[in-house]
Design a protein around this ligand. Structure first.
Ligand code: HEC
Length: 162
């Protein structure tokens, strides 16, 4: 009898501990992030509040990265107010036409750097990570998909879309 009640107690304890972890999967990724070769940054309240470069990016450059293969090419999944792009494609992710009115620059920055913090199952790539990635081209291993400057250019561009 004593053994059974011990077993039940430990089962309940295990369930309570796992529930505590499961309840806050993204919170576990809050705080300082340091990856080799990358600028370190802090995640707070589902945002990266500070610029990765310490200064604002260039929105005109960001617009260019958003449509350029190899430096983002966000338009393969997202609609943006860029008339020269054929938007019969670009409907996999949400429409970003007014994203600057919906999300703060810090929220946009986290979604570009590592959207998995917000949604673990997202199909959107993490553009500023070098670890925890799958199917990386060996030529690109150890390099993020975008530089810190390019991330900031995109943050500046998307934030301007009110
Ligand atoms: C493979 C498709 C894909 C690509 C490429 C992609 N995204 Fe996304 N993105 C998504 C999806 C899907 C979501 C919806 C959120 C989720 O899955 O959690 C999303 C969400 C977002 C959001 C949040 C929008 C909101 O309203 O909450 C932003 C901002 C964003 N993406 C920016 C970008 C930028 C900038 C690029 C290019 C550097 C990019 N995305 C490239 C698929 C993509």
């Amino acid at each position: 009898m004593r053994q059974i009640s011990f077993a039940i107690t430990s089962l309940v304890a295990t369930a309570a501990i796992s529930a505590a972890f499961l309840a806050q999967p993204a919170r576990a990724q809050e705080g300082k992030v340091n990856e080799p070769g990358l600028v370190s940054y802090e995640i707070k309240d589902y945002q990266i509040p500070k610029s990765l470069t310490g200064k604002p990016g260039d929105p005109a450059q960001g617009r260019k990265w958003a449509i350029t293969s190899g430096t983002g090419n966000c338009v393969i999944c997202h609609r943006l107010p860029i008339p020269e792009v054929d938007f019969r494609i670009g409907n996999i992710g949400p429409d970003l036409t007014h994203v600057g009115a919906r999300l703060s620059p810090g929220e946009i920055r986290l979604r570009i750097v590592n959207p998995k913090v917000v949604n673990e199952d997202t199909i959107m790539p993490a553009y500023y990570r070098v670890s925890g990635l799958t199917r990386v081209d060996p030529k690109r291993a150890g390099k993020p998909m975008l530089t810190a400057e390019q991330v900031e250019d995109l943050v500046a561009y998307l934030s301007s879309l009110k």
